[in-house]
Design a protein around this ligand. Structure first.
Ligand code: ADP
Length: 247
């Protein structure tokens, strides 16, 4: 059963439709990258998936026991977040807020936060002030925070924006590791090469149309060819390219 099923959905603002007739399924374990030009509706789609805005028509349904308030979300970094005056562990624990029923965090929530700090490599930084960290460390803290909200699905909005190449590579590798551990990933990205190299599926949004398929299908599609400058990295295609070069 699909984790998320979108059927003939339209999305937009006050009479203005941005995305129309969108139909796709995201399965447990998928790693989906959403790409497309600015203004193509990537954020709008994410807001609808998170329940922050209603769809104009069609249907979005969740399967596999997923509840909309159990989605882990890593938003784009804002100036406010960058200067947040709290400790690393306080920021991570705040990811449990959707499951907090009393004034205090439970033992289980604290253990979950510690596990997620360990997983993202920030446990030694737990007592530091968030605003004193590097950009890459901050993103790992916010990823650990998002993990506190979910064991199933992470939605990441341009998680490497502003990071240097090493911190970006570390972040991509961490996200891949989380996906391999069973967490479904939906990531908005402007880095199409990294998207194709890491994701199992690509959703490319354009005005009035969209492409949804595997990274391999994307590289062989008209829209993929237009946006990509690299050859398909899959084994079959590599053989073909090598064969071609030898002839
Ligand atoms: P992307 O994330 O791909 O850059 P967005 O989903 O942010 O695209 O925006 C898609 C379109 O919706 C743009 O034309 C944008 O101007 C418009 N838009 C975004 N937010 C609002 C809003 N709150 N009210 C009206 N229009 C909006």
């Amino acid at each position: 059963m699909a984790l998320i099923k979108i059927l003939n959905a339209s999305m937009g603002y006050e009479g203005k439709t941005i995305l129309s007739d969108l139909s796709l399924s995201i399965n447990a374990g998928d790693y989906v990258c959403i790409v497309g030009e600015n203004g193509s509706g990537k954020t709008t789609l994410m807001k609808c998936l998170l329940g922050l805005m209603s769809i104009q028509g069609g249907e979005i349904s969740f399967g596999d026991g997923l509840m909309q308030n159990e989605i882990g979300y890593l938003p784009q970094q804002t100036i406010l977040q960058k200067d947040f005056p709290a400790s690393v562990s306080e920021v991570v624990l705040s990811g449990c807020l959707n499951k907090k029923h009393t004034l205090f965090y439970s033992k289980e929530q604290k253990a979950d936060a510690a596990k997620n700090m360990e997983l993202t490599g920030i446990l030694p930084l737990r007592k530091k002030c968030f605003r004193e960290l590097s950009g890459g460390q901050k993103q790992r803290v916010l990823l650990a925070r998002a993990l506190c909200a979910t064991h199933k699905l992470l939605i990441l909005d341009e998680p490497v924006t502003g990071l240097d190449p090493k911190a970006s590579a570390d972040m991509y590798s961490l996200i891949k590791q989380l996906n391999k551990s069973g967490i479904t990933i939906i990531m908005v990205s402007h880095d199409i090469t990294a998207a194709v190299n890491n994701a199992s599926k690509i959703l490319h949004l354009s005005r009035n149309s969209y492409f949804y398929g595997t990274a391999h299908q994307y590289l062989h599609s008209d829209v993929g060819r237009k946006f990509m400058i690299t050859d398909c990295p899959c084994d079959d295609c590599r053989h073909n390219h090598r064969g071609g070069a030898q002839q």
